[in-house]
Design a protein around this ligand. Structure first.
Ligand SMILES: Cc1ncc(COP(=O)(O)O)c(C=O)c1O
Length: 462
């Protein structure tokens, strides 16, 4: 990986060289390197020497090996289609391990309720059953569902079936983090894999504490590189731990993982995104640690200042600023100062910060929030709603998604079976899953979040 103490950047170098060669492009894409956006000349396809993401044995494989070393994983694969693609491949990886080595047949996952909707599609594609951890009385948000090692232990005690894996999301959209080490210990004692959706935490590997899920004991995890690292939208990593790769003892594992990525993704992955992932390796190998440490300090200072001004700051993700304030509409206030947050609902406003935010931008955010606190009471922060959705599952996810469905007002859907999850991004966390019956409390939660429509199965299975 090292060349003069520098990580190689073979994909980026290839694409840049090709741009400079002035080669007549009688291949895809149709813009031929000249287009309306200005960067088309680096947008290439699988020409000679460019390797191919799903059959990689050239520059892409070299770049992925670099990432494998940087993340200290057993195997790191690139996705040009976000964690959404990785999540599908993660379930295949878990079930493959489960089928081959434990000789069980029926795929089951124990999952925390705040899954991203791509998990729902992954469950449908793999036709697995999902047993949900209890949401607990106090998540106070659809985005959070922090299961503890005790919750995991408890479900193992109560469940009649052994899952292939436990699946959690950490950090979640609000920056809450789970006790991954504790949960991994329980899973491994039970002989079950731990899968972590670390879409929001790629940078954690390069923070001082190294709180990356792989370091804490996860077996499989995905990181949306694009969410927290300087990578183009769509760039993500799928990691298998060293321990899992050695236990897999399977010569064709790399090819298998490539196949399951290919099965669910496009065979024309973007070279712009892959070059961006590749170039990021160089950054991760030199400046990232220092930059991230410095930015964490600045964010910590910002959080202290805001707490002193009365704000309720939640979550422990060091590069996320999450403010809890019921119906405060902080988002519109900061927008009036030319600041755009990542996410806002009736209770939480989330700002994602990286070393690529300038000091001026951080100051602007600081000043805007301090101004807001002078004009508004920021101390009464409790969400107006505390809820627990106890799912009433009548069919598995794949079954419900194959049925004929219709979209209707939530109010009229009581007693119907949920079809497709109609939740937009962010946060793309469904409040009800395909196959579950719409109960009164689900309708109340939907109303609270302003969801008006639900897709339901037309046939009446009650
Ligand atoms: C928790 C979580 N998981 C997965 C995803 C999907 O990630 P991507 O956008 O990289 O496909 C998201 C997207 O926001 C997310 O918030």
């Amino acid at each position: 990986m090292e060349k003069d103490n520098q990580v190689t950047t073979p994909v980026y170098d290839f694409v840049r060289q090709y741009r400079e060669n002035g080669t007549a492009r009688f291949h895809m894409p149709g813009h031929k390197g000249r287009g309306f956006l200005g960067f088309e000349d680096m947008d290439i396809t699988e020409i000679k020497g460019a390797d191919a993401l799903y059959e990689s044995d050239g520059i892409i494989a070299e770049s992925e090996r670099n990432a494998t070393k940087l993340f200290d994983s057993g195997m790191t694969l690139y996705s040009a289609e976000g964690s959404s693609l990785c999540i599908k491949a993660m379930l295949y990886a878990a079930f493959r391990y489960f089928n081959v080595y434990l000789q069980e047949t029926h795929p089951v996952i124990f999952a925390a309720r705040n899954v991203h909707k791509s998990f729902i599609y992954a469950a449908a594609l793999t036709d697995c059953d999902v047993v949900w951890f209890k949401t607990g009385k106090k998540p106070l948000s659809i985005c959070s569902s922090m299961v503890t090692p005790e919750d995991v232990e408890d479900l193992f005690e109560r469940a009649v079936i052994k899952p292939a894996a436990v699946y959690i999301t950490s950090p979640d959209y609000l920056g809450r983090t789970a006790d991954i080490k504790g949960i991994a210990d329980v899973c491994h004692r039970k002989g079950v894999l731990l899968i972590v959706d670390n879409a929001h935490g790629a940078y954690l590997k390069f923070s001082e504490n190294d709180d990356h899920p792989l370091t804490l004991g996860a077996d499989i995890c995905c990181d949306s590189a694009h969410k927290t690292l300087p990578v183009l939208t769509g760039g993500a990593y799928l990691h298998l731990s060293k321990d899992l790769v050695s236990k897999y003892d399977y010569d064709g594992l790399y090819e298998y993982m490539k196949s399951v990525m290919c099965m669910n993704g496009s065979t024309s992955p973007s070279y712009l995104i892959m070059a961006s992932l590749d170039k990021c390796n160089e950054y991760l190998s030199n400046k990232a640690r220092e930059d991230i440490a410095r930015t964490i300090n600045k964010v910590s200072q910002l959080k202290d200042d805001l707490s002193s001004a009365g704000y309720d700051i939640v979550g422990s993700d060091p590069l996320k600023l999450t403010i809890r304030l019921h119906d405060g509409n902080i988002a519109d206030f900061v927008r009036s100062k030319n600041i755009e947050p990542e996410y806002a609902d009736r209770d939480y406003t989330v700002f994602m910060i990286s070393p690529f935010n300038t000091d001026e931008e951080l100051d602007r955010l600081h000043d805007a929030l301090i101004d807001y606190s002078k004009e508004n009471d920021v101390r009464s922060s409790e969400p107006a709603m505390e809820f627990e959705i106890v799912p009433f599952q009548t069919a598995n996810i794949r079954f419900a998604l194959k049925e004929k469905t219709v979209t209707m007002d939530f109010e009229k859907a009581q007693g119907k079976m949920c079809g497709f999850p109609l939740v937009s991004c962010p946060p793309a966390v469904p409040i009800i899953m395909p196959g579950e019956l719409v109960k009164k409390e689900v309708i109340e939660v939907a109303k609270y979040y302003g969801y008006e429509k639900i897709n339901v199965v037309e046939a009446d299975y009650r």
